[in-house]
Design a binder for this molecule. Structure first.
Ligand code: THU
Length: 134
């Protein structure tokens, strides 16, 4: 389990990213923060597109940011959104690539933690790198 201190560092990063969400179509702003194995925190927001299918969720924005900065494994992800949402299926699959035991913390826009989960709860029996011998 990651510490309260670390969650306390990640929540404001996710809230700040949420403020930058580009969500003119859904008006549903989402922010995420990822803890890399190095201890650094990386944030991301949802970025929508007029061609709706090209929308990138906040979770994937944050994960791609972490990996792009040189992280090889992610330890935890904080998600900040309204109405108690949980990560979508596509994001779950992307999370699995970088840690099947990822810890996921869901908070509301005020930063109040609503749920603490692990990726195996959300994506049991996942297809992943191991299936390709990696
Ligand atoms: N969205 C996320 O960014 N993460 C989630 O976990 C759920 C959905 C975004 C995608 C889209 O921009 C908006 O929320 C509504 O689906």
């Amino acid at each position: 389990m990651i510490s309260e201190d670390t969650i306390g560092r990640m929540v404001p990063a996710a809230q700040a990213a949420r403020a930058n969400a580009y969500a003119p179509y859904s008006n549903y702003k989402v922010g995420a923060a990822v803890l890399g194995a190095s201890g650094k925190v990386y944030a991301g927001a949802n970025v929508e597109n007029a061609s709706f299918g090209l929308t990138n969720c906040a979770e994937r924005s944050a994960i791609f940011n972490a990996i792009s900065e040189g992280e090889e494994k992610i330890i935890a992800l904080v998600l900040v959104l309204e109405n108690g949402g949980v990560p979508c299926g596509a994001c779950r699959q992307v999370m699995n690539e970088f840690n099947p035991d990822l810890e996921i913390i869901v908070a509301d826009p005020d930063g109040k933690v609503a749920q603490q989960l692990t990726l195996v709860d959300l994506l049991p029996n996942a297809f992943g790198p191991k299936n390709l011998g990696k």
